[in-house]
Design a protein around this ligand. Structure first.
Ligand code: ADP
Ligand code: ASP
Ligand code: MG
Length: 409
């Protein structure tokens, strides 16, 4: 008998009919003798609908109250799934994050899980029930409801699997696994049988929304066997694995291509080039709790220099305010920025043993006349910032250039 944590995403619980289908699926596992903990997201579109409601009332709503509101989406689906399971004779009980409790820090909107008390869940499993837990939410030490950031139900599932020492964490979604790139953008993308944690971490951090980044971090850290599968189609999905098969001759150089349209670029020009200048510019940005992604400093001319860096779109206005204040203070001449950029990245552990991957990427982009604005690399990835309007063209061109296209049917 195994203990399995299963997570069903928004589209998989998008209607009462779908929830009944999910119940049937969970019932099959139960009938086979497995203990099952199910994590569900809100019905598709619901979190956005709730966010929209608040925006109609106030452009900068309190983050605490936003969490109280958006956590309701998942509260609806846990109850509906429990009702659906009970109807078909499978005893089930639902818990919100606060009821478990899943204790987080107090960073509303992007809270981190600190601990999970598994007592209630284990007691209900021992009583023969399927336990259904609301994804995406927790409670801080003061009792405030918190949420884990968009896509956070993945993290709830993996964290529960780690806490319960589950045999597997299965992420059920609307595609049948992790692909070489988003199959909605490249129709010839191919499903990967397996992908390493290291690669999946890069893909997730570079914008592939198939798994929330923190869920992959958690799975890697606690060694949770993680699989991505289609909710309603049979198949083995994609296994996220620690085994990177480095001796495998078939190892592709590039495993996948990720892209992120949610980045913005800021530039400060005419900065006096003195020691400590990077800290003076970027220190206040970090102090404002804004994550910086890529950074480029140009070679100094006439004792002044330029800095360009990227941040997430949601932080753009705040970053611009902070940068303008810094510019005044340090006597920089100009601040500018744009949100119409995108980051495209190629990822693969095979890159380690193959030089020249970056130049192949630049060549493919040059052939399409796509201008590269910024570049950054690590051992297993190369990222470029380009104009947002060329993102799909760039991804398709790279997919072909690195031989990832599925054979034509
Ligand atoms: P859920 O609501 O189930 O959490 P998401 O929308 O968060 O589902 O994630 C699934 C989506 O991720 C797919 O529909 C697909 O468009 C997108 N996606 C992005 N990159 C990839 C990739 N490399 N492989 C598979 N799907 C991807
Ligand atoms: N409902 C939340 C969201 O839309 C969490 C999730 O689906 O994982 O981001
Ligand atoms: Mg998701």
């Amino acid at each position: 008998m195994a203990l399995i944590v299963q997570k069903f995403g928004g589209t998989s619980v998008g209607s009462p009919e779908r929830i009944e289908q999910v119940a049937e699926k969970v019932a099959k596992f139960r009938a086979a003798g497995d203990d099952v903990v199910v994590v569900v997201s809100a019905m598709s579109g619901e979190t956005n609908r709730l966010l929209g409601l608040a925006k109609q009332v106030c452009t900068r709503p309190s983050l605490r109250e936003m969490d109280v509101m958006i956590a309701t989406g998942e509260q609806v689906t846990i109850a509906l799934l429990a009702i659906a399971l009970n109807k078909i004779g499978v005893p089930a009980v639902s818990f919100t994050g606060a009821q478990v409790p899943i204790v987080t820090d107090s960073e509303h909107g992007k809270a981190r899980i600190l601990s999970i008390d598994e007592t209630k869940i284990t007691a209900q499993l021992n009583a023969g029930k399927v336990v259904i837990v609301a994804g995406f939410q927790g409670v801080d030490e003061q009792g405030n409801i918190t949420t884990l950031g968009r896509g956070g139900s993945d993290t709830t599932a993996v964290a529960l699997a780690a806490a319960l020492k589950a045999d597997e964490c299965q992420i059920y979604t609307d595609v049948d696994g992790v692909y070489t790139t988003d199959p909605r953008v490249v129709s010839r993308a191919q499903r990967l049988e397996r992908i390493t944690f290291e690669e999946m971490l890069e893909m997730a951090s570079l914008g592939s929304k198939i798994l929330q980044l923190r869920s992959v971090e958690f799975a890697g850290k606690y060694n949770v066997p993680l699989r991505v599968l289609h909710s309603f189609q049979e198949g083995s999905g994609t296994l996220i694995t620690t085994d990177d098969n480095e001796d495998n001759m078939e190892q592709p150089i590039i495993s996948g291509i990720a892209f992120n349209r949610d980045e913005a670029k800021l530039t400060i020009r005419g900065v006096p080039d003195t020691p400590g200048v990077a800290f003076k510019i970027l220190g206040p940005i970090s102090a404002a709790n804004i994550d910086i992604d890529m950074i480029v400093q140009n070679v100094a001319q006439d004792n002044t220099t330029d800095f360009t860096f990227t941040v997430n779109n949601v932080d753009y206005d705040k970053a611009l305010d902070v940068l303008q204040a810094t510019a005044k203070e340090i006597g920089a001449t100009e601040v500018s920025g744009t949100t119409s950029i995108a980051k495209v990245s190629i990822v693969g552990v095979g890159m380690r043993s193959h030089p020249g991957v970056a130049s192949r990427m630049f060549e493919a982009l040059a052939k399409e006349n796509i201008n590269i604005q910024m570049i950054s690399t690590s051992e297993i990835r190369v990222s470029v910032v380009i104009d947002e309007k060329y993102v799909e063209l760039a991804v398709r061109a790279l997919h072909t250039a690195f031989g990832l296209d599925a054979p034509e049917k």
